[in-house]
Design a protein around this ligand. Structure first.
Ligand code: C2E
Ligand code: MG
Ligand code: MG
Length: 707
């Protein structure tokens, strides 16, 4: 703006004055006495749409309707730009084009002296675009791109305003932290657009649950926060929560499929649970985690007890930061056994943390914390080093070579330095890459299948083995994983735990084994604790096992001792030829004793128990042909027991007995295919003999049914 320093020269030369005006890239107006326009430049004509002759002599309000200084001495009260003698107008100011179109301008004012006296020279810049850009930037800085909802910035601002209001009018403000349950699994396999549509759909559902004065914000992929203002009571939030849950739970269509989403909600309420925005947000999040721990799509208000947890958590976090340095961590190894040969064929490295202040902390607690804080990167690298070095040492000591499996957390898996770290660790330890296995959970892969595939291929190129951990918990379809370079699939412990007595679990376990084999993957069952689980899965083709039944995880030295012993997994002996085992299950031991004696005399092998769960275990472990079960038992009724058995072991012949001829019950059992025959108690010995013999004939005929 140095151009304005030439006031005296302007007076000297009209021509120069004119040239100068025309040399401005922006519109210029010179305003003289009584706010009349003395002259304008050509650029003014282009921008404003007026001819010079149309404006000269007219009041400046015609083109700048407001805030143009009314008096010339006004300028004297405003600070001039140093060095230029000009002044930037302090207010938002608009100009009018011919035809009435209004646009924002930046105006620069300078006093000049003309031959006609004192005047103001105003240079004008159209700042519509600039304003739009600023608005756009502001919008982006404050909103979630996908849904257009406020982001954390704006949310914090809005909660801040709500708190000021609440303080003045003695009201409450509730902060609801909402986490969609298993959302990434839900979205797995959908394309980008479909995913976006679903997120937008959820966003508008949430908005529809609250008033205009409330704020719905999106803080992450599956995290939303709602701030409810003007509440009178703490419980007022519960009504909205009910609405939110109903609305979110409403089925979502995904192509041809219709699925349900559920959510966890944590709530903190001003002023009791915090007087500051950040505290309220943090406490609502803590409450949400508590709701998640409890499971089952629910909500949780923040409580003082939860606040104690925060303290514990903070202490734990502090200790965790020091744990490696203080040598509080160790790696234990749990054997993995082949279900054909009974030999050990690998082991899983499991991290242990023993802290002087906290005692032994479960990995289920500290691993997620390490993950959240990023500490998992150095810790995970240390586990890799330790596992590879130990494995190499065992090999050097002459033990048969086998793979050590190391768990990778999501953060490690997505860490760009992972491949380099693994390469280095393998090199430093001297372990061949095929003896390192990496366990990756199903959820990590499902989150972003495309990038996961690229990552897995890169890892596979190193020559390591890859297994998919906790399989079955992520709702993923195995066919999604067809192109993934996995070698092994670890069936989640939750199926193993119930496999002998829950037909649903058994069916899933069986289909996981069949599908995995189809994809040329080996299957390992984790968490096998009983002989029943072992036999059931082994007989159905599971390849490997890991679990307390054989051994817990052991410190490196004890594990090496186990290797040296060469202990194998023993399998129950299978009877050859046709089965002649009978299971008698009755809550009266005396009745069992009588029946068992009669049947043994006939040459049958007899198993007996008074409890249903023992019955399941016996059935899983032994090849039993005929089952005699009382209908009335403590714990589980006989019909339920037999109908589960019919699905778990469809080849068995099942006979129900009861002292009461409860026809409804019997009819139901027969209709459900649970029983072959019904006998009334007390049973004569001869009736028992005849019926068991017939049942075995039936069993032989129906044998080919089973797998
Ligand atoms: P995971 O990888 O699924 O490991 C198997 C868990 O099952 C281990 O729990 C193991 O001790 C336990 N387990 C094994 N056999 C049985 C059994 O027969 N019955 C029962 N009830 N449990 C059994 P742990 O050691 O508490 O580890 C829990 C989780 O922590 C692991 O689950 C894994 O996800 C994580 N973890 C452990 N070590 C590491 C590590 O070094 N890095 C990472 N990223 N995660 C780790
Ligand atoms: Mg694992
Ligand atoms: Mg697992």
């Amino acid at each position: 703006m140095e151009k304005f320093n030439v006031t005296s020269q302007l007076r000297q030369s009209e021509a120069m004055y004119h040239n100068l005006l025309e040399s401005f890239p922006d519109p210029v107006i010179i305003v003289g006495d009584k706010q009349r326009i003395l002259t304008v430049n050509r650029r003014f004509e282009t921008v404003f749409g007026y001819n010079r002759s149309e404006v000269i002599g007219r009041p400046v309000e015609m083109v700048i309707p407001e805030h143009f200084p009314h008096r010339l001495d006004y300028l004297g009260e405003c600070p001039l730009n140093p060095g230029t003698g000009s002044m930037r107008h302090p207010l938002d100011i608009f100009a009018l084009r011919k035809g009435g179109d209004k646009f924002p301008i930046d105006i620069n004012l300078s006093p000049i002296e003309t031959v006609e006296g004192n005047a103001i020279i105003a240079t004008i810049r159209d700042i519509s675009e600039q304003k739009q850009n600023i608005a756009q930037l502001e919008y982006q800085a404050n909103h979630d791109r996908l849904t257009g909802l406020p982001n954390r910035n704006l949310l914090e601002d809005r909660i801040g305003q709500a708190l000021l209001q609440a303080e003045r009018f003695q009201q409450l403000v509730a902060v609801l932290f909402i986490d969609l349950d298993r959302f990434e699994f839900f979205l797995a396999g959908l394309n980008h657009d479909m995913r976006n549509e679903i997120v937008k759909n959820i966003a508008s559902r949430l908005q529809a649950c609250v008033r205009k004065s409330d704020t719905v914000a999106r803080l992450g992929d599956d995290v939303f926060v709602i701030a409810l203002s003007h509440l009178q009571e703490r419980e007022d939030a519960a009504k909205v929560i009910q609405k939110i849950q109903n609305s979110v739970n409403h089925p979502v269509e995904q192509g041809l499929q219709v699925s349900e989403i559920s959510c966890y909600i944590g709530i903190s309420v001003y002023p009791k649970d915090g007087r500051e925005v950040r505290t309220l947000l943090k406490n609502a999040e803590v409450a949400m985690f508590r709701a998640k721990e409890r499971g089952g799509s629910c909500f949780q208000y923040f409580t003082d007890e939860l606040s104690d947890r925060i303290e514990i958590r903070m202490t734990m976090e502090r200790c965790l930061r020091q744990a490696l340095e203080n040598k509080e961590m160790s790696v234990h190894y749990q054997p993995q056994m082949d279900l054909q040969t009974g030999r050990m064929i690998g082991c899983e490295a499991l991290l242990r943390w023993q802290n002087p202040e906290l005692g032994a902390v479960s990995p289920g607690i500290f691993i997620p914390m390490a993950e959240r804080t990023g500490l998992i990167i150095p810790i995970g690298e240390w586990v890799l080093e330790k596992a590879c070095m130990d494995n190499k040492r065992w090999q050097t000591a002459g033990h048969p070579p086998m793979a050590v499996a190391v768990n990778l957390s999501p953060r490690q898996f997505w860490d760009p330095g992972l491949v380099k770290t693994i390469t280095r660790v393998l090199h430093d330890s001297g372990l061949e890459s095929r003896y390192l296995e990496l366990e990756i959970t199903e959820s990590m892969v499902m989150r972003d299948m495309e990038n996961a595939l690229a990552m897995l291929r890169e890892l596979k190129e190193l020559g390591v083995q890859l297994s998919i951990d906790d399989f079955g918990t992520g709702y993923s379809n195995l066919s999604h994983l067809k192109s993934f370079p996995f070698d092994k699939l670890k069936m989640d412990i939750s199926f193993v735990r119930d496999v002998t007595h829950d037909p649903g679990c058994a069916a899933i376990a069986k289909s996981i084994i069949a599908m995995a084999h189809n994809l040329n993957l080996r299957v390992i069952a984790e968490g096998i604790e009983t002989e029943g689980q072992l036999s059931y899965l082994r007989l159905r083709g599971c390849d490997e096992m890991q679990g307390f039944y054989f051994s817990k995880s052991l410190p490196s030295r004890d594990f090496e001792r186990l290797l040296a012993e060469g202990r194998r997994l023993e399998f129950p002996k299978e009877s050859k030829g046709p089965d002649i085992s009978v299971l008698v299950i009755d809550d009266e031991p005396k009745i069992i004793a009588i029946m068992a004696r009669v049947l043994r005399q006939e040459g049958y092998r007899v198993f007996s128990t008074t409890k249903a769960d023992e019955g399941f275990e016996l059935l899983a472990t032994n090849r039993i042909g005929v089952i005699l079960s009382d209908l009335r038992m403590p714990g589980m009724d006989g019909i339920e027991f037999l109908s589960r058995v019919s699905r778990l072991h469809p080849e068995t012949v099942r006979i129900a007995m009861s002292g009461y001829a409860d026809m409804d019950m019997v009819t139901e059992a027969i209709n459900r295919g649970a029983i072959y025959k019904f006998l009334t108690k007390p049973l004569g010995n001869e009736v028992l003999r005849q019926n068991i013999a017939k049942a075995f004939q039936h069993f032989q005929i129906s044998l080919p049914h089973e797998q």
